[in-house]
Design a protein around this ligand. Structure first.
Ligand code: MG
Length: 298
């Protein structure tokens, strides 16, 4: 059986017919937040319900990176290569300094605790953008059940540390990704996970001073949800879905799928040329080599 579904013939040039979708690790409960460390030659990801961040190293397998992890979810690296993490348990976004110290980036807005930061991205100016849906405080499964005090917003923390709510009309904002030129911001809305609310990705134009406008629906994922999203260097957007990873062209049409046998939560590019796609999917992590390259730096 093919590992790929080609819908737009161009997608056929993005994948390699003899490159398998491989399960590289399994036995987890709900994995999320993959981030590639090219300098260390490893992938980090969260096993949220088991309160740990794990490390996968080619040839060496799985080891613990941080446990307990404060029920960490999404991760990225800033322009200095430091790990930036969303934590459900402590309802905050943190940066791990090069000496291992933890710096709190944000844990409140207008005097109220954040809900449960979910996913995060850093722009070229050093600002940290993150989504704050309420999944991590709804139950005791992925954090600690608690009262919600803030709407589910998207925030931007500028390099001076000032926090602003930049998107306030989402049901459950989740994955975020900028186009390679940072002129467009994609944000997934996974309201559908718990209600009849959206399961789509919206696209915003990024103006001077990082001002956002627009916000029309870019693509509605089916089956499943656009939880995690990442852009490649050509501006295509790769999104999680229930049946794998969907590749969306810059105009929003579905080009093709990487088929994965478990529901996908998130993905990142990694490997020597950022040509490998690492996929967190329910109880397992999968990897596939593509003929495309991820845009995210470093
Ligand atoms: Mg997420």
């Amino acid at each position: 059986m093919s590992c790929f579904e080609v819908i737009d013939p161009v997608f056929g040039t993005y994948v390699l017919g003899n490159a398998p979708v491989k399960q590289i690790a399994t036995g987890f409960d709900w994995v999320e937040g993959p981030v590639w460390f090219g300098d260390a030659g490893c992938l980090l990801f969260s096993d949220i319900p088991n309160n740990r961040i794990l490390r996968w190293t080619p040839g060496a397998g799985i080891s613990a990176f941080r446990q307990p992890s404060n029920y960490a979810n999404g991760h990225t690296r800033d322009r200095q290569g430091r790990l930036v993490s969303c934590e459900h348990g402590t309802r905050r976004v943190t940066r791990t300094e090069l000496d291992g110290a933890i710096t709190v980036i944000a844990d409140s807005y207008q005097g109220k605790p954040l809900n449960s930061p979910n996913d995060v991205v850093v722009t070229s100016d050093g600002a940290i953008w993150f989504s704050d849906p309420h999944y991590g405080i709804m139950t005791d499964y992925e954090g600690f059940r608690a009262a919600q005090e803030l709407p589910c917003n998207v925030y931007r923390v500028d390099p001076s540390g000032r926090i602003a709510a930049v998107l306030t009309d989402f049901a459950c904002p989740n994955g975020l990704a900028f186009s390679p030129d940072e002129r467009r911001l994609y944000v997934a809305d996974t309201g559908r996970m718990h209600s009849n609310d959206p399961q789509h990705i919206r696209a915003f134009d990024v103006g001077d001073g990082w001002r956002l406008s627009g916000g029309a629906v870019f693509h509605t994922i089916a089956p499943g949800c656009a939880d995690g999203i990442r852009a490649d260097t050509d501006g295509n957007l790769w999104s999680s879905a229930a049946d794998g990873v969907h590749c969306l062209a810059p105009d929003g049409h579905l080009m093709g799928k990487v088929l994965v046998p478990e529901t996908v939560s998130n993905l990142c590019f990694g490997g020597r040329a950022k040509h490998q796609l690492y996929i967190t999917a329910t109880t397992s992590v999968y990897a596939v080599t593509l003929n495309r390259n991820g845009a995210q730096r470093p």
